[in-house]
Design a protein. Structure first.
Length: 358
């Protein structure tokens, strides 16, 4: 039976890179992996190949654990790094704090110690606001620092910034976790291989994101330092993240990572965000756009801006996107691997039209 297309395939938006479809090469990889039988629960040839692929990107000795989604990758990865009494220091804007539905606390039993930041980035000095109380039985013990690359505000950590955080955390007896839901976008923007700002910079466990970069579903917990993580074989099952037909998760990540598809997709989505920002800036300069202000640098595939009253709702009649801070009229515009120049230019024209009507 053929499923009838139910949605308007011409509809475009800037709400999330999760709105995009599946890259054709990833779909082809799923079809290629589909024939015949393979051993279930990760003993298949595709999951075996995935270990080799990650080793080429991140170095020998790493181990990848495919999971269903980013929440699972973060929650299970962090749980493997902590005893029951452990806590995680993270930015207050971190996905694990504001967008996981309480899963770190409720599923993993992890105390989050959050620190406000202006740009979504931690520093050793900010970490020290919560890095205290070891040995105090009344305080959850801060044992892991979690950073996001690129951050929830679309900003990037440099290699030196990550290394400084890792050195500081390790010096205090803590480990470093990286939420890499958009780690490919970070690599594309920095112009660096994945290992340069992860394993080489001192990251211990990485959540590697595929869904936002062209996969259908699937992420991976990648253990970069075996001493930093224990029990993942059991925790993945315990937390309902063990795929019986794991070959189909692994095949998607292989399709992205075995060649340069991961980088091409991320480079393109970053470029579309840069085009969007440049187009709005040009409109502000020539007067065809008014009242728009940017709230963060555009360093990956997200643009953060404030709009005049009422403009966001009118724009959303044609292009879907989310409020970031409705009280400030701040919005987030995300670009995807399949965002086109025509999509961006049409959106810029709509912004010009709506802000001129204010």
């Amino acid at each position: 039976m053929t499923v009838t297309t139910l949605h308007d395939t011409a509809l475009r938006g800037f709400a999330s890179d999760n709105y995009s479809g599946i890259h054709p090469a990833v779909l082809a990889a799923l079809a290629s992996a589909n024939d015949g039988h393979q051993v279930a629960y990760g003993e298949d040839q595709y999951t075996g190949r995935l270990q080799e692929v990650f080793a080429r990107h991140l170095g020998e000795g790493v181990e990848a654990f495919p999971v269903f989604n980013g929440t699972g990758a973060n929650v299970v990865g962090l749980q493997s790094m902590l005893p029951r009494w452990g806590a995680v220091i993270t930015a207050s804007t971190a996905h694990i704090n504001v967008d996981e539905g309480g899963a770190p606390e409720r599923v993993a039993g992890i105390k989050l110690l959050t620190v406000p930041t202006d740009d979504g980035k931690l520093t050793p000095e900010l970490i020290d606001r919560e890095a205290w109380g070891w040995g105090d039985e009344h305080r959850a013990q801060p044992l892991v620092v979690s950073i996001t690359q690129s951050t929830e505000l679309g900003t990037l950590y440099s290699v030196d910034e990550i290394r400084a955080i890792a050195d500081h955390a390790h010096g205090l007896g803590m480990r470093l976790h990286m939420d890499g839901a958009r780690v490919s976008n970070a690599a594309a923007s920095l112009g660096l291989p994945l290992h340069a700002f992860t394993r080489d910079a001192g990251v211990d466990v990485l959540s590697f994101g595929g869904t936002k970069n062209g996969a259908m579903l699937g992420e991976a917990i990648v253990v970069l330092d075996p001493a930093a993580s224990t029990g993942l074989t059991f925790l993945r099952k315990l937390n309902m993240q063990l795929s019986s037909k794991m070959r189909f998760v692994s095949a998607q990540l292989i399709a992205l990572l075995e060649g340069d598809l991961w980088l091409r997709n991320a480079t393109h989505s970053n470029a579309m965000a840069a085009r969007l920002r440049a187009g709005v800036e040009a409109g502000l300069a020539d007067g065809s756009i008014s009242g728009v202000a940017f709230t963060q640098p555009t360093q990956a595939n997200g643009v953060f801006a404030t709009l005049p009253d009422g403009v966001a709702d009118r724009l959303r009649e044609s292009f879907r996107f989310y409020d970031w801070d409705a009280a400030k009229n701040e919005v987030r515009w995300m670009c995807s691997f399949d965002t086109t120049e025509e999509d961006v230019d049409a959106f810029i024209a709509a912004i010009s039209r709506e802000t001129s009507a204010v």
